[in-house]
Write a protein of this length. Structure first.
Length: 514
């Protein structure tokens, strides 16, 4: 959800994070190999469905099953697809959204209203440096007005995945897009010239990747293409202020794409959503993707409270950042105010970029998240750290090589095994747990989640400096494992046709729906 507040007229833009039923007959088929996907895409029809789009890089095609007389007919086709030895899975297609109405935009910048930068003490971080154009943030959104006088010097070539060309210009739509991507870009890296607003890292490279149209809607495969483009271009951070209310099973193609960012060491910062919901109990993707590189962001206001519309959650939301009444750049050399987790997200993405520019080592995704959580200001907004970013504290800790535990705020699933890490400090790290019956930790950091509950882990370096976790807990939640990615009726019918489908009772306990 995004709220737009003009300097003279107040109004609301509601960015709706939800899936649409208008495309209920479109399905995404994931193949086990790129070759199989390419072969299937070469046909106009595949297993009775029209091939509407394909993306062999990810082994995906989109098929339209057309109008069926009954759910049974639809389920038969899905079952037939799932039975193919070259098919890995099938999910219902969905749209990603940023939809709303727009009111008056103003050319008045009123830079004094940039309360967010004061709140996170950006000036303190800038004493170390204001960023580097060697660091690139990909803003995957509605594009950006790359001609904006306050942005153009920091823009690098991007791409338009809607029209398949190299012009990612942000197109404003009446009742749809207010210039969402341009606004997000300004929060990251506006130059602060000619009385305009300034971003948290005014010396940075911004790559606009347009997949949301003038109505604020985006195609799933285009979102995945944009993510893979960011991987190919070796960006440092991705800012994603969009999403959909779909199950984890249905979001699997998107989650896999974010996994490719993770494998490349790229931080993915995502908006938690604006339904005022607890994401621990509400589907919201991509922010709910359980990957080390995902930083899901809630919004805070000038009083460090949670705006009523911001989503939250101890397990699924990493931290909070200012997102209420945020003034930034808008298309046509204008400025204006928007509110939402959409605004909090680029502030975090920009801060990660700033920190990367200041550090003489490698700041990976998990390290970046842990650093922001460890140095965050405590607030009454439920997240993994119950904290709001503090740019100066993060920059100081990084500059002074302060010892930081990784992860420092995390939810494990019962039975998980892994290993803690740390950076900063000096010499050899030694780890310990205050409740080894819940979270067993060896001196070398090797861990096992043995029982449900909460634990505190401490890392100590050879000088005796110590760092303690903020919040670690063990829950019994396997996520989407084995769950059906379709509507309940389709799930049950497919099991009637073929009881051996992996989510069916014949294979395991029923888990219809995710």
């Amino acid at each position: 959800m995004t709220r737009y507040l003009g300097s003279r007229i107040a109004f609301v833009v509601a960015t709706v994070f939800s899936a649409t039923q208008a495309y209920a007959k479109d399905y995404i088929v994931k193949f086990k190999s790129d070759t199989s996907a390419s072969t299937a895409a070469s046909f106009a029809f595949f297993e009775g469905g029209e091939v509407k789009d394909s993306y062999a890089r990810a082994g995906l095609i989109k098929v339209d099953l057309g109008t069926t007389e009954s759910l049974a007919d639809e389920a038969k086709t899905i079952t037939r697809l799932l039975a193919r030895p070259d098919v890995e899975y099938v999910v219902e297609d969905f749209k990603l959204h940023s939809i709303g109405t727009i009111g008056e935009r103003s050319g008045i910048t009123d830079a004094q209203r940039q309360w967010a930068l004061d709140k996170v003490n950006a000036a303190g971080a800038w004493s170390i440096g204001k960023g580097s154009r060697q660091v690139t943030v990909a803003v995957i959104d509605t594009g950006a007005d790359y001609t904006h006088s306050n942005l153009k010097d920091n823009m690098v070539p991007g791409y338009n995945f809607i029209e398949n060309n190299d012009d990612p210009q942000d197109i404003v739509g009446i009742g749809g897009n207010p210039g969402h991507g341009t606004h997000c870009s300004g929060i990251i890296g506006a130059r602060g010239i000619e009385g305009g607003t300034i971003g948290i890292t005014p010396h940075v490279s911004i790559m606009p990747l347009r997949f949301l149209d003038e109505n604020g809607q985006g195609d799933l495969l285009n979102a995945i293409r944009a993510i893979d483009y960011a991987v190919a271009k070796k960006v440092d951070v991705v800012s994603a202020s969009w999403g959909a209310s779909v199950s984890e099973s249905q979001a699997q193609p998107l989650i896999e794409a974010i996994g490719r960012l993770n494998d490349a060491g790229i931080v993915f910062v995502a908006a938690a959503g604006n339904e005022g919901a607890n994401n621990d109990r509400t589907n919201s993707f991509p922010s709910n993707a359980r990957l080390p590189n995902v930083i899901a962001v809630a919004a805070s206001n000038s009083g460090d409270g949670k705006p009523y519309w911001s989503n939250y959650g101890r397990t699924k939301v990493a931290l909070a950042a200012p997102g209420d009444d945020i003034i930034s750049t808008l298309p046509g050399d204008q400025h204006g105010s928007l509110s939402g987790t959409s605004m909090a997200t680029p502030l975090v993405a920009g801060l990660v970029a700033l920190l990367k520019s200041q550090y003489d080592g490698t700041l990976g995704p998990a390290e970046a998240k842990a650093l922001l959580q460890t140095t965050g200001e405590k607030v009454k907004i439920e997240s993994a750290c119950n904290c709001r970013i503090n740019a100066a504290a993060a920059a100081d800790a990084l500059h002074n090589h302060s010892l930081t535990l990784v992860p420092t705020a995390h939810t494990f699933t019962l039975g998980d095994k892994g290993k803690f890490a740390a950076f900063g400090g000096s010499g050899i790290y030694t780890y310990s747990s205050d409740t080894p019956d819940i979270l067993a930790v060896k001196e070398d950091g090797t861990l096992e989640a043995k029982a449900l509950g909460d634990a505190i882990v401490k890392v100590t370096d050879s000088r005796g400096e110590a760092s303690t976790s903020i919040s670690l807990r063990v829950v019994n939640d396997k996520g989407a494992d084995g769950k059906c990615p379709f509507i309940g009726a389709i799930c049950q019918i497919t099991c009637t046709i073929n009881p051996n489908v992996h989510w069916c009772p014949a294979k395991k306990s029923p888990k219809f729906g995710a």
